[in-house]
Write a protein that binds this ligand. Sequence first.
Ligand SMILES: [Fe+2]
Length: 319
Amino acid sequence: MEFVEGKIAEEKVLGGGLVFPKTFIPPPPGPNEGSEMRSLVELIRERREWLSEVLVQHSAILFRGFGVASPEEFGRVVEAFGWEEMPYFGAISRTKMAAKRVYTANEAPLHQPIFFHHEMSSVKEFPSKIFFFCAQPSPQGGETSILPSHILLEKMEDLVPEFVSKLQRIGYVFQKKMPKQNETNTVICKTWRWLFQTDDEVEAQKRAKEKLGCSFVRFNEDGSAEIVYGPLNPIKEFGEKRVWFHHLVDRNEGDTAHSFGDGTPIPRSALDAYRTIVSENCVDIKWQKGDVLLVDNFCAQHGRRAGDAPRVVLVSICK
Ligand SMILES: [Fe+2]
């Protein structure tokens, strides 16, 4: 039994004629199957090796129309692929468990967009795949947007080649500001005490280096802190793909800050080029209830458009 190729209006065609994302819809029932639709779980089990190859090629796959109806069923879809579960660590945004292997996506207020990033990219061990499941699409907006990171790199090298080579030479530094108390209305809403599960600054510094791979934590008198990373090379290689892995532009203005590795500011022209490339090459997935989106977290970034409530999108990550 084969998956049937689907198409969504918003998909893009990348170099080599690869569509992004690849979309699959259910196959028609076989002659002995009556009108009962075969479950996505069954189909994945039969074709999971082939699906893994499709994912490597296309970086994202959307499964539409399979009638996935609950967080538990979504968890079984994830498990059908056979990839090892990855726990959330360093999630400085608000998520909670919805079912086995399944979490709520960032619960920051829906009017706040979340800028493009690779999941847990600032944690030493980051997931190789991220799944999204739409249990309830926003009545307006609220798309999950995805971006092929190798295209971002290619186009940055075309548009601002000197900037990219300087960045590779001296790296860049970025900071994440942790609030003085846990908040509920921001994208980054956890304190360093919550994140590192200690009140002790020395121990927190140690855990930050071990688990996050950051350079150091700056503790402020008011109880807030900055986690400082770098100098880092934002470019990584996975298999045959070279990708822009560490995002250059803030998720939310004010939450992070970037500079070159020597402390000098990143030129506005490079940031503008980055934003332009992102907006020209991303795909806003207009969610339909029951959609499952599988994203190669090494090669594609994701973000969230502002939208209206109610919206329920769940996630699961794999090693
Ligand atoms: Fe994310």
